[in-house]
Design a protein around this ligand. Structure first.
Ligand code: FES
Ligand SMILES: [Fe+2]
Length: 510
């Protein structure tokens, strides 16, 4: 169950050395393509409200606590001051630099007073280290002196194939296939982690999408290596993984290293690792928002591709095209997430009432879930340790987690994803414009058809009695055009709903 710790400096609840420290970790914050350099954006991570903004003078993204020290209004409502590149509060105009120090107080009574106030610790906001790698912005959830140095010692929780720094600086062996998928869900992180470490649900929860019940069977998961506080654990799956429609991958492997930074789910990976054999791996670093809310990030990366293909995937020329069509991949990802979300949301409510001791897990397929809770209990305080107090996401954290939501709220694709995703936002806007144009076109065609038929009937019976007559061609064309426009409009209406809400009824998906 989620719990909370004192903010930095609260030594009483600091984890012991052999315990996982939830603050001293890199977390995925946002795909860079989702961020706007011209505006600050609010994000919550580990229960702490942050403002993310681009500091042009240093050419870096910054993450500060989303709370002005003057009168505690949110920084994310501010604006970026064009001259200095500072973040300016839109309430009284104070300005902050990328390091969280106050740089300007317009109401100061004298330059001396302004300098003294700007130099005071009380005018600073907490700044969190951030890094940009593989199209993702990562944040280290500890601020204060020493945080930047500590963050440098810990590599980003990316698979080794995607890491370009920290080692010999060589180009990573893997390349992202397209962009990142991000969706914020009304589910606590422990339940999301359970789901990611549970391959046996795929053939049932995603039947007809990426799984098929006829292919289900024993999944003998086993622990590879030790459980450690910082290293998490690794699960191996000694069985041929069977995908949809008879596609078979090699020996699968599921890993949970350095939780919560990395759950690395290998699908169709060849036996013995990636090597020079082409392979595609799904990478799912969970985003911890606050109790009751998590952010799912997904990306696919390829290894073992011919160099020409690798360079094409990394080239800047291809990026805009891949981003423009990212919405197609995202609509597919929604189907998978929806299939899980309807289960997990209710599961969380029930576990809150009954406790997890009621789980009955006789098969080895559940070993990932068992190990997850063993690791959380032994090394990580039983679950994510969210920030309470100043800067926390809400004073009533936990209340949101127990609030029952409607299916529309649980599966709200628009609020959880579309409004944040540039590709889906653009696609939805285009679909809506096209649908409106077709609506207008089909209405005009129907009206013209009616007028033309009426005129033809008024001038003689040839429309009905003599089909080849010349006056037939115009109403026929108008009628067909109207029907086609109506059909296209219906299809676009269905596509539009894909970006907003689609109910997921498991009984209808066999
Ligand atoms: S509250 Fe932001 S400057 Fe006053
Ligand atoms: Fe999207």
């Amino acid at each position: 169950m989620p719990s909370t710790v004192a903010p930095s400096g609260g030594s009483k609840t600091q984890p012991a050395d052999d315990q996982f420290n939830w603050q001293q970790q890199w977390y995925p914050l946002a795909p860079v393509s989702y961020l706007d350099r011209a505006k600050p954006t609010p994000y919550t991570v580990l229960g702490r409200r942050l403002v993310v903004w681009y500091h042009a003078p240093s050419q870096q993204w910054r993450a500060l606590e989303d709370r002005w020290p003057h009168r505690l209004v949110p920084l994310s409502e501010g604006r970026i001051e064009p001259g200095s590149g500072n973040l300016q509060c839109s309430y009284h105009g104070w300005q902050f630099g990328g390091d969280g120090r106050c740089a300007r107080i317009p109401q100061a009574d004298s330059p001396q007073q302004e300098a003294a106030a700007c130099g005071s610790q009380r005018s600073c906001v907490a700044a969190f280290p951030v890094r940009q790698e593989q199209g993702m912005l990562w944040v280290w959830m500890e601020a204060g002196p020493g945080a930047a140095a500590a963050s440098q010692l810990r590599p980003l929780p990316l698979p080794a194939e995607l890491l370009s720094s920290g080692g010999d600086g060589a180009t990573p062996a893997g390349s992202l296939l397209g962009g990142w998928y991000q969706r914020e869900l009304p589910l606590s992180a422990e339940y999301l982690l359970e789901n990611l470490l549970d391959p046996s649900h795929i053939h049932f929860a995603h039947s007809g999408v990426i799984g098929s019940p006829s292919r289900a069977g024993s999944i003998p998961l086993h622990l590879a290596g030790p459980l450690t506080s910082q290293g998490g654990f690794q699960l191996h799956m000694d069985r041929q993984w069977q995908g949809r429609a008879g596609r078979q991958g090699g020996r699968g492997q599921q890993q949970a290293r350095e939780i919560p930074g990395l759950v690395d789910v290998g699908e169709a990976a060849p036996a013995g690792g990636s090597g020079s054999v082409p392979a595609v791996t799904r990478f799912v670093p969970p985003g911890l928002v606050c109790p009751g809310t998590s952010r799912v990030f997904t990306a696919f990366f390829a290894t073992g591709l011919p160099p020409v293909l690798q360079s094409a995937l990394r080239s800047d020329a291809l990026a805009p095209l891949l981003h423009a069509f990212q919405f197609l991949a995202d609509l597919g990802a929604h189907q998978v997430i929806d299939g899980d979300a309807v289960h997990i949301h209710q599961q969380e409510r029930t576990v809150r009432q009954e406790g997890r001791r009621s789980y009955f897990m006789p098969a080895a397929a559940d070993r990932g879930v068992m190990l997850l809770h063993r690791w959380l209990d032994e090394y990580a305080g039983g679950g994510p340790q969210y920030f309470p107090g100043p800067g926390a996401a809400s004073s009533g954290m936990g209340a949101a987690a127990s609030k029952p939501l409607s299916r529309q709220e649980v599966l709200d694709r628009y609020e959880q994803h579309t409004k944040h995703c540039p590709s889906c936002r653009q696609a939805l806007s285009s679909v809506r414009s096209l649908r409106q144009a077709l609506q207008l076109g089909s209405a005009s065609a129907a009206a013209a058809f009616a007028v033309t038929v009426a005129q033809a009937l008024a001038t003689g019976p040839c429309l009905v009695l003599a089909p080849p007559c010349a006056s037939l061609s115009l109403p026929l064309v108008l009628g067909v055009a109207g029907l086609l426009a109506g059909g296209a409009q219906q299809a676009l209406g269905r596509l539009e709903r894909q970006f907003v809400f689609v109910d997921y009824v498991h009984a209808d998906r066999k």
